[in-house]
Design a protein around this ligand. Structure first.
Ligand SMILES: O=C(O)CCC(=O)C(=O)O
Ligand SMILES: [Fe+2]
Length: 298
């Protein structure tokens, strides 16, 4: 789907202005979108996952632990594919108004790619360096986005998601270093071409949504506050945007439609794409990778 195709369908949840702003800037903040009932259900499910993590001593394919994680003082970086661990996370995407909002930005046929729950624990929670999501999971066209749901209030000192307006319309940046190692972030030289000084930091009360196109340059700082910043991230695409590299975040809902129907024809845009490493033999999370840790289990 092109932005014009998508915008030709009447809006369901967003205003036409919000949709146009997303396509122009590559991101959108929707404050306090979630009803309290959903917020409570999601928080309860997150609490259960944190409880489960107490018995985990080493990062694995579900739990990505910060150094220093213990049973008494859990410090989680990420839960991979939370939808597969607790159906509440999946129901949220399919049953809440979120699915309709996604159709406003991706077209009537919307499918699921992957999900993760990034915690950014209090006092330290890891930074995420400037990167694009597109090099992690290239698709045949750019109708692909990540929606973040803030489960608690997120202010400036909690490491909110930062986005560079307009960067989705520039280039796909190299996420390998000069020796050909995948770093998962944009190198220093290339960053000079990115207007990070114009970055917008998306803060908001609990239940707010961040949406960014998968070509948009984004990142976040460490969490310097006393309060955690659990951010539920779901990646979705238009049904006609087809991924063509290995998806390391395995999920039983892979490519399942959350609105509309599967595509008969794939849509291709002609721009070049960076190919990620072949992760079929093992994956290192963006955090472990950017912090240069070894994590063979993930
Ligand atoms: O948790 C964050 O602040 C951003 C994470 C992110 O961009 C990613 O996991 O791709
Ligand atoms: Fe990202």
């Amino acid at each position: 789907m092109t932005p014009e195709d998508i915008l030709s369908h009447p809006p369901r949840v967003l205003t036409q202005k919000q949709r146009e702003s997303y396509f122009e800037t590559g991101y959108l903040l929707v404050e306090k979108f979630l009803e309290d009932a959903w917020l409570e259900r999601l928080r309860a499910s997150v609490d259960k996952l944190v409880e489960r993590s107490r018995t985990v001593t080493q990062s694995d394919s579900v739990f990505d632990l910060e150094p220093g994680h213990t049973a008494d003082d859990p410090r989680l970086r990420r839960v991979s594919s939370p939808n597969d661990e607790d159906v509440t996370f999946w129901n949220y995407v399919v049953e809440s108004r979120l699915g309709d909002l996604l159709a406003d930005l991706l077209g009537p046929d919307v499918k699921f790619h992957q999900s993760k729950l990034n915690f950014k624990w209090a006092k330290g929670g890891t930074e995420v360096k400037w990167h694009q999501d597109a090099p992690f999971f290239p698709h045949t066209n750019p109708a692909v986005l990540t929606v973040g749901t803030y489960l608690y209030d997120c202010g400036m000192d909690q490491g909110p998601l930062g986005v560079v307006p307009g960067s989705h319309e520039t280039e796909i940046f190299d996420h390998y270093d000069s020796e050909g190692n995948w770093t998962g972030h944009i190198g220093e030289e290339d960053l000079k071409r990115v207007a990070t000084n114009k970055a917008e930091y998306l803060c908001g009360p609990a239940g707010s949504l961040t949406l960014h196109n998968y070509r948009t340059v984004h990142g976040s700082e460490p969490n310097r506050s006393d309060a955690g910043r659990p951010l539920l991230l779901n990646v979705l695409s238009a049904a006609d945007a087809m991924p063509y590299t290995y998806n390391p975040l395995k999920t039983k809902y892979y490519q399942q439609c959350v609105r509309g129907k599967p595509a008969k024809w794939a849509h291709h845009d002609g721009r070049p794409h960076l190919i990620p490493p072949d992760w079929s033999g093992g994956y290192t999370s963006i955090f472990a990778l950017q912090q240069k840790e070894k994590n063979d289990a993930a």
